[in-house]
Design a protein around this ligand. Structure first.
Ligand code: WT7
Length: 655
């Protein structure tokens, strides 16, 4: 986090209350009501979650136990039978919502499409039958590598309908990254498009799939291709099929498969501080409940709302808060293919005006870029339909919060700053907008049923306003169940940083935080080797591996440097193989190489060539020192463990 952000957060004292009108009409209407819910959930979490599961979802068969907790492995709603696609679609068809807009889609070039619940149900059933015809069975994995088009959501729901787990790979990832994920998840089918529109250019998705499969991904038998952009692509006979050809004439009758509550719903890969990205596993029943109830209470969904989350379905935010949460609630969810771009910097405001969006959920990095573009873009549009705003992905600096509140929200919309992670499945710390007054820069309070705290590494709760580690002391329904194929990594990464005591396990989130005297949480950012660039989570080690796979690179150390717009920027310290010499061209080539290995989101902002990296006597790279150096801070103190002080002088000279 930039130093200026930390300082302004530490001084922040303002408090914003929702209007009386907002509170009166909200699902949770007052601080007292929140506190009662919270206390009740804390006193008996299983009773709390059990009642909600019964009231909010449709089950084919009721569970016989709410929670089976064999730390750190949890089973929720044991032996319950449920299908999330049924809860997102079928159950609305017997109500007036049958012909309500489920999905409003806006393409970047200006084309658009609206699917009612009945229409979405039909498409999902047909595509589920297509998957079945291609031999996809319950328990199989399906890779989804798509632009932001309705077919992405249709494919996800179709997988869920027949009990195949999807693994969505963000369309900005490279062929290499896609390949790794398809191999790890042993995908049987890949669903993609010829291309997608992003910033007035075509993202050649199918071409990337071809590259990913060229070296052989043995499990993949079929590739299904949506025609989106219409450019020339290669279609491999026998392997590749057009979505439209297969969808034509297929039966729209496909009953939802009764799934066990703990059957895998999806795998989603995310970066950690060590090793390759982890396949985060989410299961059916608990995830359905958690994404449903958090969407309902945090976004205060009402039947008249038009809800828009600007995330990509390639991230967990897209899973929980574009697709599953809103649809399970019978809401109207907006999906937008594009991104603010030179040819239309105000495109987000166009979408809000065009569809009368009432709830808008985006990332701090986007807000900061809107500030930079200028107020005249949002001011040129009618944003009076908005009634609630949200942010997610990284800490929001109070200045950006205030701008969002005034310029976008017209000082009438509460802001929910929602802290959570791929691993948590849904939002964990947030305001409930009608109940909890907000402070700019604070995610405020834990969601009912989330027993969180700020601790030291021994598991002691630290005092008010003292920094510590954000932790959760009790399982919750939306939590990840394991790392795909590596339960031991799951245990080590999340449940052993804070040593278990007397059989009590604590979830370690990897974020630093403090809690103030009002019980409000202030999340300060990652405490591990994960960096957050424009809300995208990247492991330093992943980028280092990408760099050393280039023949010129001997060793690499990657750190984050505070950036006013993106939150953090990637700085790579690189030593070269003796047959190469440092040059601007080589720096460019290395950046390109990282983009090829991981994707454009991992492009280093800066490559610094150096003769050696600073190491301790035991050979560990001193990242803290590099971080300070990258941020332009003084590094003369605290270098006693440095093996060779000369390295430091050279690094300083190089800067
Ligand atoms: C990391 C999780 C699931 C949301 C999208 C990112 C950071 C997320 C906030 C927030 C401060 C936040 C944390 C977290 N983060 N939301 N409101 N305030 N930090 O999901 O890729 O799994 O990243 O994003 O550092 O650990 P993700």
């Amino acid at each position: 986090m930039p130093q200026s952000t930390i300082e302004s957060i530490l001084q922040e004292k303002r408090l914003f209350h929702p209007s009386a009108e907002f509170s009166q009409n909200a699902h949770i209407k007052s601080l007292e009501e929140y506190q009662q819910l919270y206390d009740r959930a804390q006193a008996d979490p299983q009773q709390f979650w059990g009642e909600l599961a019964e009231k909010e979802l449709d089950w084919f068969q009721k569970w016989d136990q709410v929670l089976d907790w064999q730390p750190p492995f949890a089973k929720w709603f044991v032996n319950g039978k449920i299908n999330i696609s049924y809860n997102c679609l079928d159950r609305h068809l017997t109500t007036w919502r049958k012909n309500k807009a489920a999905l409003i889609w806006e393409g970047e070039p200006g084309d658009s499409r609206t699917l009612t619940y009945a229409q979405l149900h039909r498409e999902v059933c047909q595509f589920a039958n297509v998957l079945k015809q291609l031999g996809v069975e319950k328990g199989d994995r399906v890779g989804i590598y798509m632009p932001m088009i309705p077919e992405a959501a249709i494919a996800m729901l179709a997988c869920a309908r027949i009990g195949a787990a999807h693994t969505v790979v963000f369309g900005g990832f490279s062929a290499e990254a896609l390949r790794d994920r398809l191999i790890d998840g042993q995908a049987k089918v890949v669903v993609t498009a010829d291309g997608g529109w992003r910033k007035d250019a075509i993202v050649p998705l199918k071409e990337q799939v071809d590259k990913a499969l060229a070296e052989g991904v043995p499990t993949v038998q079929n590739v299904l291709v949506v025609k989106r952009t219409g450019q020339q692509i290669h279609m491999e006979p026998g392997r590749d099929h057009w979505w439209d050809d297969l969808q034509k004439g297929v039966s729209a009758n496909c009953p939802a498969e009764p799934m066990d509550s703990e059957d895998m719903l999806f795998i989603l890969y995310t970066s950690g501080s060590t090793g390759k990205p982890k396949g985060v596993v989410h299961t059916t029943g608990g995830y359905n409940l958690y994404s449903h109830i958090t969407t309902k209470w945090i976004f205060d969904l009402q039947d008249t709302d038009v809800y828009w989350c600007t995330a990509d379905v390639g991230w967990i935010t897209g899973h929980s808060y574009i697709v599953y949460g809103p649809l399970s609630n019978g809401a109207t969810t907006v999906m937008y293919e594009g991104a603010p771009r030179n040819s239309n910097p105000g495109c987000f405001w166009d979408v809000i005006e065009k569809y009368g969006v009432t709830i808008f959920y985006t990332a701090p990095t986007a807000i900061r870029s809107f500030i930079k573009m200028g107020e005249h873009f949002p001011k040129a549009r009618n944003l009076s339909s908005l009634r609630l705003l949200g942010t997610v992905g990284e800490p929001i600096n109070p200045e950006a919060w205030m701008w969002y509140y005034k310029v976008i929200g017209g000082e009438r919309c509460p802001i929910v700053d929602t802290w959570w992670q791929t691993e948590t499945g849904g939002i964990m710390i947030t305001a409930l907008p009608g109940a909890i007054p907000t402070k700019p820069g604070s995610a405020t309070r834990p969601f009912p049923g989330i027993i969180a705290d700020v601790m030291d590494l021994d598991g002691n709760i630290v005092g008010d306003n003292e920094g510590g580690y954000l932790s959760v002391k009790y399982p919750w329904p939306g939590m990840m169940r394991t790392v795909y194929g590596d339960p031991d990594r799951f245990r080590r990464t999340y449940w052993e940083h804070i040593p278990p005591k007397d059989g009590n396990y604590t979830y370690f989130a990897g974020d630093g935080a403090r809690k103030d005297e009002d019980g409000y949480y202030w999340v300060m950012g990652r405490v591990d080797d994960v960096i957050n660039v424009a809300g995208h989570r990247l492991g330093t080690m992943e980028i280092e591996s990408a760099l050393v796979s280039h023949p010129a690179v001997a060793e690499a150390a990657v750190v984050g440097k505070p950036d006013e717009l993106k939150g953090e920027e990637i700085v790579a310290f690189v030593t070269l193989d003796s047959t190469f010499t440092a040059s601007d061209e080589l720096a460019k080539e290395l950046k390109k190489h990282v983009v090829g290995e991981i994707g454009a989101i991992a492009r280093p902002g800066e490559i610094r060539f150096t003769e050696a990296l600073p190491k301790t006597r035991s050979g560990k790279i001193m990242r803290r020192l590099l971080r300070n150096l990258a941020a332009g801070q003084d590094v003369s103190g605290d270098t006693s463990t440095l093996e060779d002080r000369g390295v430091l002088d050279k690094l300083r000279e190089g800067a």
